[in-house]
Design a protein around this ligand. Structure first.
Ligand SMILES: [Zn+2]
Ligand SMILES: [Zn+2]
Length: 327
């Protein structure tokens, strides 16, 4: 198989040829059809996440077709199209797994970080952590649902049920969640980098009732906010934008330092929470809902070999929506 491999943080991915991986007990192998490029991949490549299993193949928004099955897999078959997300494995018996919080498992494996992912022509995954995708929808459009969509969905479920929801950072996740919010009859307030009028227009095109820079105050206090951009200074900005008793959800896996802020913007029972990983139930819930909502994912496809360019374009916000690698 061919892959784009990270040998050392802060160096470009390298095109490599490797032996085809063999699925072990309880595993499947897929021929990769498409793999989304997530901001977390940038954090892996940049060394912000400090425990990659090097050398590692990034990528955890994998759409693939099963072409080999390991011993003990009974509920999936050759030829089936499946999605492979970030959560690749959990131990099943730690305190968190026992509490039904497998997203917080003490001994997890993460696709494209602590095990090889989908910037490749083939990938192996634990069968019980994949999602059957059926045949509706094209491979490239489905890929971003597997993290941007799933993590966005989990973040939204923690943001409360208020009507006016602020989204900070209008990239892959926000452009999907904006459509979910509209479908739910709620209002989207989109915050972009100051002066990014293109992204603000993109947000309005998806139904945002207001779009502006993250240095601006929304026209009214919000009922909740989700921060997708990895920028710590957005936490106090979002706290100032929400009303009493409401919540700011930090959706990312990494964020720059949060600056000190005055207690009065947190007081009155405002809350800050973070979202970590996903549970399989999040995936089942969201992937069954997505076709009903009719989510349209804006994608920019890149050939697999151009993974470094896709990452660089993501870093500099050069496209709307999500980048997707196609082998
Ligand atoms: Zn566990
Ligand atoms: Zn991701």
């Amino acid at each position: 198989m061919f892959a784009m491999q990270l040998k050392k943080p802060r160096t470009p991915l390298e095109w490599v040829e490797l032996p085809d991986p063999e699925p072990g007990e309880g595993q499947i192998r897929v021929k990769v059809l498409a793999c989304g490029v997530c901001r977390t991949d940038l954090h892996v490549v940049d060394g912000d996440l400090t425990h990659p299993a090097l050398p590692v193949i990034p990528g955890h928004e994998i759409v693939g077709r099963i072409d080999a099955i390991g011993p003990g897999v009974t509920d999936l078959s050759i030829g089936e199209r499946v999605g492979i997300p970030w959560l690749g494995h959990t131990c099943g018996h730690c305190l968190y797994c026992d509490e039904g919080k497998e997203n917080l498992c003490d001994h997890p494996l993460f696709t494209g970080y602590t095990r090889n992912g989908g910037y490749a022509t083939s990938a192996v995954a634990d069968a019980h952590y994949t999602f059957p995708l059926g045949e509706a929808g094209d491979d490239v459009s489905l890929a971003p649902l597997l993290c941007a969509g799933l993590i966005g969905w989990r973040s939204l479920s923690h943001a409360g049920d208020g009507k006016k929801i602020g989204l900070y950072g209008f990239g892959a996740a926000a452009h999907i969640i904006a459509q979910v919010l509209r479908w739910q009859g709620r209002e989207v307030y989109a915050f972009t980098s100051p002066g990014d009028v293109e992204k603000q227009a993109f947000a309005r095109s998806l139904g945002a009732v207001w779009a502006g820079g993250s240095d601006e105050a929304p026209p009214e206090l919000l009922d909740g906010a989700i921060i997708f951009a990895p920028v710590g200074s957005l936490v106090p900005a979002a706290l100032k934008a929400i009303r009493k008793g409401r919540r700011v959800v930090c959706a990312g896996i990494h964020m720059s330092e949060i600056p000190a802020f005055s207690y009065d913007i947190l007081w009155e029972e405002r809350e800050i929470v973070s979202i970590a990983n996903l549970t399989r139930q999040d995936g089942i819930d969201f992937l069954s809902l997505a076709p009903k909502i009719g989510i349209r994912v804006s994608t920019t496809p890149y050939p697999l070999r151009e993974a470094n360019k896709a990452l660089d374009d993501l870093r500099h916000g050069r496209f709307d929506g999500a980048a997707v690698l196609v082998p």
